[in-house]
Design a protein around this ligand. Structure first.
Ligand code: SF4
Length: 258
């Protein structure tokens, strides 16, 4: 699944998150410089020594973050991963709140930033080319996919679905049968984490809104998660649906069929 350099650089959704990530790092460096300028000459020698020690540690962390961002940009640009281990996760995990705050200050919609992050995450997962047996793939679904008048408790056990075709759960159960993957419906992050810790999957396909996908991906990394945004024709959290083809593509990707 090679992407051209041009395609990778011109994906505006990915560019937004990467731009804000780099901007956040720059903002922290500037802040650090201002602190240094304001305080260093007004301190007693001992306090100055202490400040230099703290700032040195912070600078070291910022260098690690900068290397991580460089790794992300290179990976997205060349569509292949580099052996930096989990170093590329450091800037995302550490700077994510700063990215959201900076984005808000600059007037970007929070959901757009999160959606951009999901794109970046999916691309990073794909460049690792994980090949996973079907029984180790977990499809995590939000409860709002189930039509609200359905009386069957699919959150207790997804097999309770009667496959009546009344909502997307039916088609997702068909994917479960076709590929032999696991499917779970979670009412929130706590239940989703419980499924992950009990079933110990090696890869996850998560369907959710921008907010839940973002927190889910951050929560369970370094486990690979391919995120698929749900469609919300009736507004948030109510009778939502999902593009089944995109879920199937993600399953096939993990199986090495795509
Ligand atoms: S497919 Fe039918 S039985 Fe299954 S969850 Fe949807 S409405 Fe309920």
């Amino acid at each position: 699944m090679e992407m051209t350099i041009l395609e990778n650089l011109h994906k505006p959704r990915k560019r937004l998150f990467i731009g804000l990530l780099a901007g956040s790092l720059l903002a922290l460096v500037v802040l650090l410089g201002i602190m240094w300028y304001l305080f260093i000459n007004r301190m007693y020698p001992f306090h100055r020594f202490l400040l230099v020690g703290i700032l040195s540690a912070v600078i070291l962390i910022l260098i690690v973050i900068a290397v991580g961002i460089g790794g992300i940009v290179y990976t997205l640009w060349r569509s292949k991963t580099i052996p930096l281990g989990n170093l590329m996760r450091v800037p995302i995990n550490v700077l994510f709140p700063v990215v959201i705050t900076l984005g808000k200050i600059l007037g970007f919609d929070k959901e757009k930033i999160r959606s951009s992050f999901v794109e970046v995450n999916n691309q990073l997962v794909k460049t690792r080319h994980p090949v996973v047996p079907p029984e180790k793939i977990l499809i995590l679904l939000p409860h709002c996919l189930q039509v609200n008048h359905c009386p069957h408790k699919v959150t207790v056990d997804v097999e309770n679905c009667k496959r009546c075709g009344g909502c997307s759960v039916d088609s997702l159960m068909a994917l479960k049968d076709r590929y032999g993957v696991k499917v779970a419906v979670a009412t929130g992050g706590t239940l989703a984490r419980k499924f992950v810790s009990e079933w110990k999957p090696k890869a996850v396909v998560a369907v959710a809104c921008e907010r839940d996908l973002t927190s889910g991906i951050l929560d369970i990394n370094p486990l690979p998660v391919l995120g698929v945004l749900n469609d919300r024709p009736n507004g948030p959290c109510f009778n939502t649906c999902v593009n089944i083809n995109r879920v199937e593509e993600a399953i096939k990707y993990y199986l090495g069929e795509d």
